[in-house]
Design a protein around this ligand. Structure first.
Ligand SMILES: [Zn+2]
Length: 373
């Protein structure tokens, strides 16, 4: 690959602010890639719905079939607000690239593009589809249905989120859901008639403690009451309280266990008179390795051997990504395929330059192996 040109392109796109809240910036990024894919001869579709985050779909259509042999996924949004580029634009030093989204994941989207162009040039007999959305960092509400549809047609998927700091790929991600729990108590004067009240805050405290008992780290299940609020004054028995809870899990049965416990606690309050309700908010199911993921890992290891590279590692993580949305589908998914990086979502984010060509050739070799099977 032409690394010099890649870095020039990377500079150009890192220097476009495209925080998820910046629809204009997200559009600029989507149009940028749509243009690149079009000039490289791909069939391109871009969604331009008013008020929604755009997404780009590019295909090579080499086989007459709806099946997608290989799906590349990525997101064009970052967590950084408009104006970040002015403060800290793209820079290169010490073998690293920096700037908003340098690792997560403008370098990954660009790598997917370079790979796609190479695959097209070599006329590998496979249907390739590249799918970039621009609302991943805020839960992908505008793109999830489209992604699942593509995932349902695909055999193999490479998601170009950054590789781990160790260079590892990601074969498994936990499921993530947010829950809002609302406690409705009965207000009363804390001095004059406390017995007439039912404290929403005390009932919430009981829930918080119960959550720690629902944790089962050995099963991959953890709960975190990240935000709690309640009450109106110290001399009023609290009428209202609510909390936001983050759940991480790997097994469907664990999700059911937790939600059953929520139902039970809501049905039987410890503080008589408090009404509790809960709802599952945004999140993703787990991305769990299936049989063909193991096969994919074998093929990636074979490719590394062939290229004389160190054998890649494959890890599990508690963090979610869009790859989770393909969890449960037959497609085998590998994540962390982008260049290696660290300190994502912070000013200290960096991407390791030496990993660009390494991952390019490893993934290309793996895909060649897939085609020749
Ligand atoms: Zn990302």
């Amino acid at each position: 690959m032409d690394l010099e040109q890649y870095l020039k392109d990377l500079e150009e796109i890192v220097n476009i602010d495209s925080g998820s809240g910046d629809l204009e910036g997200c559009r600029t990024m989507a149009e940028y890639f749509a243009g690149k894919f079009e000039s490289a001869g791909f069939a391109v579709r871009i969604s331009r719905e008013q008020g929604k985050h755009p997404h780009v779909e590019a295909r090579n259509f080499i086989r007459k079939s709806e099946t997608i042999d290989v799906l590349f996924m990525g997101h064009l949004d970052t967590v950084f607000p408009k104006g970040t580029v002015r403060e800290r634009a793209f820079s290169l030093d010490d073998g690293k690239a920096r700037g908003p989204g340098a690792a997560d994941m403008k370098s990954g989207a660009l790598l997917a593009f370079y790979l796609a162009v190479e695959i097209k040039k070599r006329a590998l007999p496979m249907n390739l589809c590249i799918a970039f959305n621009s609302d991943e960092e805020i839960g992908s509400a505008d793109s999830v249905a489209w992604m699942k549809e593509l995932g349902g047609k695909a055999k193999y998927c490479f998601n170009f989120e950054p590789g781990r700091e160790t260079g590892a790929f990601v074969k498994e991600r936990k499921g993530v859901y947010d829950y809002r729990v609302i406690f409705q108590g009965i207000p009363a004067h804390a001095g004059v008639a406390p017995e007439k009240g039912a404290s929403a805050v005390i009932e919430m405290a009981r829930w918080i403690w119960a959550l720690t008992n629902l944790n089962a780290p050995e099963q991959g299940t953890t709960l975190n009451p990240g935000i709690v609020k309640g009450g109106s004054a110290s001399n009023v028995v609290a009428e209202h309280a609510e909390m936001l809870v983050d759940l991480r899990y790997t097994k469907e049965s664990e999700l059911q266990r937790i939600e059953r416990a929520f139902d039970e606690m809501a049905a039987y309050p410890r503080v008589t008179g408090v009404k509790t309700s809960w709802e599952r908010k945004e999140g993703f199911p787990p991305m769990t390795p299936n049989k063909s993921t193991e096969e994919m890992i074998r093929m990636m290891k074979d490719a590394a051997l062939k290229l004389g590279q160190d054998l890649p590692e494959f890890v599990s993580t508690g963090g979610g990504s869009d790859a989770n949305n393909l969890g449960g589908l037959p497609v085998s998914v590998m994540d962390g395929c982008g260049p290696v990086g660290g300190n994502y979502h912070s000013d200290e984010e960096y991407m390791v330059l030496s990993s660009i060509e390494q991952r390019f050739s490893l993934i290309l070799e793996t895909i060649t192996g897939i085609v020749n099977r």
